[in-house]
Design a binder for this molecule. Structure first.
Ligand SMILES: *[C@@H]1O[C@H](CO)[C@@H](O)[C@H](O)[C@H]1NC(C)=O
Ligand SMILES: *[C@@H]1O[C@H](CO)[C@@H](O)[C@H](O)[C@H]1NC(C)=O
Ligand SMILES: *[C@@H]1O[C@H](CO)[C@@H](O)[C@H](O)[C@H]1NC(C)=O
Ligand SMILES: *[C@@H]1O[C@H](CO)[C@@H](O)[C@H](O)[C@H]1NC(C)=O
Ligand SMILES: *[C@@H]1O[C@H](CO)[C@@H](O)[C@H](O)[C@H]1NC(C)=O
Ligand SMILES: *[C@@H]1O[C@H](CO)[C@@H](O)[C@H](O)[C@H]1NC(C)=O
Ligand SMILES: *[C@@H]1O[C@H](CO)[C@@H](O)[C@H](O)[C@H]1NC(C)=O
Ligand SMILES: *[C@@H]1O[C@H](CO)[C@@H](O)[C@H](O)[C@H]1NC(C)=O
Ligand SMILES: *[C@@H]1O[C@H](CO)[C@@H](O)[C@H](O)[C@H]1NC(C)=O
Ligand SMILES: *[C@@H]1O[C@H](CO)[C@@H](O)[C@H](O)[C@H]1NC(C)=O
Ligand SMILES: *[C@@H]1O[C@H](CO)[C@@H](O)[C@H](O)[C@H]1NC(C)=O
Ligand SMILES: *[C@@H]1O[C@H](CO)[C@@H](O)[C@H](O)[C@H]1NC(C)=O
Length: 416
């Protein structure tokens, strides 16, 4: 058995604590002689709660583009199921064991091995050595001779506090050829949400509306430590503005889409100097990275990554910018901006925020600390003050003029 691995232009935003988000999927291939039996193209990120000497912490990291097919991978045989084992970092491994009933194949076991001795991934861990967690409950099922496709993110929980989020998955086991089958088994999360009644005539694909959508609803996103205390709080309405090639119009358009809070899940990790908030909607994945500058005692939004595959997009839009310096605020405070604000991430991607308040560090008692308002809010507050002051001044002038006038008339009476 031989193994092969190729990386499709993996991009890894290396920040203070290593890989936070891999924007491009990595391809893995398991071969027996010259024939390929498993091929997988996927993105994975992990969230692992672990014990430290003084509490629990959550490590969040993505499958790096340096991950490779490891020993233990096999095309299987009698009594032995096919397995893809992906090794990465200092002794970490993700393993997928397949099974088939002659019509369908599925991931029968999904397991993760992680190395608590790797202090760069698990700082201050009280435990050491390898930990293996697994589940045999997974939704990854496809027809034989078809490629399993799941562009949407799906999170699989392996044990309390350990979960894997897979996205951009194109994978096939029990292959007959060297390439992924063109026939696809699409996961339910990727299927379009159809609400049309059966009596309705089929609708043509809607082009993005030229008028911007209404202001988005305000979402309440909270991350908690292992022990249930909040470590990141965010209240905000988000509107994404992506410039892409429209499938229906065959030209570049700026499509503006609101994030719907009740269909969005928040995940991520809290650290001492770095915190990430991952917002996942059906077709959209948004990652905010907040960093803390210990010199200036300020935190700021340092990176934003987006991965979106909306119905009118010709291709998936997966981009990011890790050299941002937005939403600056003093440590121990929360950042607030009630007015609409635009965060420009890239020339082709911006985020409009509405009624925003957030705090990624130093939260006490599960509540926002005192707020620092953005300049726009301060200016908005200044206008009523200026108008009020001007009105008060005017009243005063009128009053003085009246009093002077009254005194004059009095004086007039006296002289008569
Ligand atoms: C693999 O392919 C090469 C060339 O295509 C051939 O020479 C070799 O015999 C093949 N090996 C097996 C095990 O089929
Ligand atoms: C953390 O420690 C507690 C108590 O010692 C233990 O019950 C728990 O399983 C540990 N959690 C992990 C993730 O090791
Ligand atoms: C845990 O200990 C480390 C190092 O001693 C310290 O930096 C960190 O703030 C402590 N965390 C808590 C929650 O006390
Ligand atoms: C929960 O853990 C965090 C850090 O891990 C610590 O700061 C906090 O005091 C803990 N809270 C409780 C109630 O144990
Ligand atoms: C676990 O990590 C430690 C520290 O990086 C390393 O020395 C050790 O070899 C790793 N274990 C395995 C099985 O790779
Ligand atoms: C899959 O393809 C192989 C070879 O083309 C064929 O022998 C097999 O019957 C197919 N299986 C199914 C379930 O279609
Ligand atoms: C999956 O794991 C379970 C529990 O360890 C085991 O009983 C089962 O045989 C495994 N299945 C496969 C296909 O490896
Ligand atoms: C979306 O972005 C485009 C290009 O940057 C800009 O012209 C347009 O005004 C933006 N629309 C909204 C609603 O922010
Ligand atoms: C889209 O437009 C380009 C040039 O504007 C043209 O070459 C191409 O054929 C068009 N594609 C479709 C599907 O209409
Ligand atoms: C989400 O909220 C909207 C507006 O409040 C509502 O119409 C919709 O039914 C909700 N969807 C879900 C899945 O709860
Ligand atoms: C912190 O801010 C100072 C002043 O703006 C800057 O010089 C320094 O490079 C920053 N440090 C980090 C780690 O970003
Ligand atoms: C990323 O953001 C920085 C700061 O706004 C900007 O200077 C830079 O051009 C952006 N990168 C790209 C690729 O647009």
């Amino acid at each position: 058995m031989t193994v092969r691995r190729s990386s499709a232009a993996g991009v890894c935003w290396t920040l203070l604590m290593g890989c936070v988000f891999a924007a491009h999927a990595v391809t893995f291939e398991v071969m027996d002689g010259n024939s390929t039996c498993i091929k997988a193209d996927l993105n994975a990120s992990f969230s692992i709660t672990y014990n430290t000497t003084n509490g629990t912490r959550v490590a969040g990291f993505a499958l790096p583009s340096s991950a490779s097919v490891g020993n233990g991978s096999s095309c299987g045989g009698r009594e032995v199921p096919p397995e893809l084992l992906v090794s990465f970092g200092a002794g970490h491994a993700l393993a997928l064991v397949f099974s088939s009933d002659g019509r369908l194949y599925r991931v029968a076991n999904l397991s993760l091995q992680y190395n608590l001795s790797d202090t760069s991934t698990f700082p201050q861990s009280s435990g050491t050595g390898l930990v293996t967690v697994m589940t045999n409950v997974s939704d990854i099922t496809a027809r034989l001779n078809s490629t399993y496709r799941c562009v949407s993110s799906t999170t699989v929980s392996l044990s309390a506090g350990v979960s894997i989020t897979l996205s951009d998955v194109r994978m096939e086991a029990y292959m007959n050829g060297a390439n992924l089958s063109t026939d696809e088994s699409v996961c339910s999360a990727d299927l379009p949400v159809t609400t049309a009644a059966p009596t309705q005539s089929p609708r043509t694909t809607a082009a993005p509306s030229p008028t911007p959508p209404p202001a988005p609803e305000r979402g309440n996103y909270t991350l908690t430590n292992g022990n249930g205390t909040a470590c990141l709080l965010a209240l905000m309405g988000l509107q994404l503005n992506v410039t892409h090639l429209s499938k229906s119009l065959n030209k570049t358009v700026s499509e503006v889409v609101n994030l719907r809070p009740n269909r969005t899940t928040a995940s991520g990790s809290c650290g001492v100097e770095l915190a990430t908030l991952v917002l996942t909607e059906e077709l959209t994945n948004l990652t905010f990275t907040f960093a803390l500058n210990s010199t200036t005692r300020k935190f700021y939004l340092s990176a934003v990554n987006v991965s979106a595959f909306w119905p009118d997009m010709t291709d998936r839009f997966a981009e990011g910018n890790a050299s941002l310096d937005l939403l600056q605020c003093s440590v121990g405070r929360s950042y607030m901006c009630s007015a609409q604000q635009t965060l420009t991430v890239l020339p082709t991607f911006s985020i409009n925020t509405f009624r925003l308040q957030l705090q990624p560090f130093n939260i006490t008692a599960n509540r926002f600390s005192a707020a620092e308002e953005c300049r726009m809010d301060q200016e908005n507050m200044l206008i009523p003050i200026i108008v009020g002051a001007a009105l008060a001044g005017l009243v005063l002038i009128v009053l003085i003029a009246y009093l002077i006038g009254r005194k004059r008339t009095h004086a007039g009476y006296q002289t008569i």
